[in-house]
Design a binder for this molecule. Structure first.
Ligand code: ADP
Ligand code: ADP
Ligand code: MG
Length: 473
């Protein structure tokens, strides 16, 4: 099943990342783009590109259309990236029917693990501790109230098919649960096309610890250690670090084994992530499994030296991992900063528009996975993440200093970004001491009180940059 040409069913930085992996593997890459993405970087980085309609979103979300295009363009494989159709079992199934190798797990694994209540049952069957919660989905609001009383408040009301931090509400008492019940259902129906919801006990200010796994079709399963994604805002990750500076080696080994057990239980093949919550008393609870590559796979690559995207493609082609657990070591610490075109001081309001100038960060230990360039206009239809700044260092103190340096190195003119906010976080004594949990952002609103370091730019320079980019200079 050698792969010679691959369709990238995504956009933005992950599409660029996949095109780069293909180049290193000697695989031709095919990009797809909406009209709004005509000038997007992923289109320039792939070997070939095809427009998939005028609507900004419809083309990226139509599995039949995308697989047709893969067949027509002579592709033998398809990589879904993250978001969009990456956790859509139908896409994997259509690929299989049409003879296209899907770079990801089977349609059955996606269906089983993408459903959070089914995934909880799989984890339980594997003997892995799960956040206490309802048995299966809730039948109605009275069922929710009864089960919540048994679990004990506060509880989290969650959409069974939710993702990206959406479709989750904390309820501190029965009144809030009743108020939120219809809201979460309507949110889930709109965003995920499913009205199923369930309950979990709310763990107070936990740490979010997730384990990257790789599994080949010969039955080998390994983990690539963990990432700490506790720096979140509204359940969405902002900064991720690997390995977690908050675990000792014994905990690290324990959680790695739990993740491998979950993957084995569901016969998982390809790259995946098993997410856990770590409670104050040291208990780990399985939360969910992401059956795709994650935004923050980069930091695992930095500490282990393993290229996860290339591994995904090789596994999909039927190659064995060629690695056993003892071959996988980790070195130093890595952090990823999601550079979002948002104004943190203004409630993280998206700040779309033209990037008049952009200077990427560089130097030792610094990697940028970006989807922008000077003169690029960020379309308003998609996620606001326009780049990821990834920093590696030998130890935690060096990581902090190098991250500071890299964030100030990276210069983006024309839109507001989360960069100055991350610089504030790096200065916080708790972050420096590697003591943080998912409550960090909410507990520290003062970090938003920096003087707005919008980079002033003369009108003349802006015009010159615009002319230069129009002229393709
Ligand atoms: P990760 O877990 O890899 O850090 P996120 O959970 O932040 O990633 O999601 C990655 C991207 O995919 C985001 O743009 C998010 O909005 C989107 N996403 C994740 N899950 C879903 C889903 N079930 N439906 C739609 N979009 C999703
Ligand atoms: P998504 O599919 O959107 O990634 P998750 O189930 O992974 O949703 O949860 C996202 C985030 O919400 C977690 O990282 C955590 O911060 C918070 N969260 C989820 N479940 C709980 C819980 N039971 N207790 C406390 N926080 C939770
Ligand atoms: Mg999650």
């Amino acid at each position: 099943m050698a792969i010679s040409k691959l369709l990238i069913a995504n956009r933005g930085e992950i599409a660029v990342r996949i095109a780069r992996a293909c180049k290193e593997l000697g695989i031709r890459s095919v990009a797809i783009f909406s009209e709004a993405d005509r000038y997007a970087l992923h289109v320039k980085k792939a070997d070939e590109s095809h427009r998939i309609g005028s609507d900004p979103l419809a083309g990226y979300l139509n599995p039949h259309h995308i697989v047709n295009l893969a067949v027509e363009t002579g592709c033998d494989a398809l990589h879904p990236g993250y978001g969009f159709l990456s956790e859509n079992a139908e896409l994997a199934a259509i690929c299989r029917q049409r003879g296209i190798t899907f770079v990801g797990p089977s349609a059955e694994s996606i269906a089983a693990m993408g459903d959070k209540t089914r995934a909880r049952q799989t984890a339980l069957a594997a003997g892995v501790p799960v956040t206490p919660g309802s048995d299966g989905n809730l039948s109605d609001v009275e069922d929710a109230v009864n089960q919540a009383a048994a679990i004990g408040y506060p509880v989290m009301l969650k959409a069974t098919s939710g993702g990206g931090g959406r479709g989750i509400r904390r309820c501190d008492n029965e009144k809030e649960l009743r108020q939120n019940y219809e809201r979460v259902i309507s949110e889930a129906t709109k965003a995920f096309g499913s009205a199923e919801v369930f309950l979990e006990k709310c763990i107070i200010e936990p740490r979010h610890i997730e384990v990257q796994i790789l599994a080949d079709s010969q039955g080998s399963v390994v983990h690539l250690y963990e990432r700490d994604c506790s720096i979140q805002r509204r359940n969405q990750k902002l900064i991720e670090v690997a390995p977690s500076p908050q675990l000792n080696d014994e905990q690290r080994e324990y959680i790695g084994q739990l993740a491998v057990r979950v993957a084995r239980e569901c016969g998982y093949v390809n790259a995946g992530t098993v997410e856990f919550l770590l409670d104050h008393d040291g208990s780990f609870y399985f939360m969910e499994m992401n059956t795709r590559v994650q935004v923050e796979h980069t930091i695992t690559e930095e500490i282990t030296g393993i290229d996860i995207i290339k591994s995904q493609i090789r596994i999909a082609a039927g190659e064995p991992l060629g690695l056993s657990q003892k071959d996988i070591s980790h070195r130093g610490f890595a952090a990823q900063f999601r550079i979002n075109a948002e104004d943190p001081k203004n409630g993280f309001l998206p700040s779309f528009g033209r990037i008049s100038r952009y200077y990427s960060a560089g130097g030792p230990g610094v990697r940028t996975d970006a989807a922008m360039y000077s003169g690029y206009e960020i379309p308003p239809y998609y996620d606001s993440m326009c780049a990821k700044l990834i920093v590696w260092a030998r130890d935690w103190p060096e990581l902090i200093e190098r991250s500071h340096r890299a964030l100030s190195d990276m210069a983006i003119y024309g839109v507001q970004t989360t960069i100055p906010y991350y610089q504030q976080i790096l200065d916080h004594p708790d972050f420096r001491a590697a003591r943080f949990n998912t409550g960090f952002v909410e507990r520290n609103p003062q970090l938003l009180e920096y003087s707005s370091k919008t980079r002033p730019e003369s009108v003349a320079a802006a015009i010159a940059a615009a002319i230069a980019s129009q002229a393709g200079l």
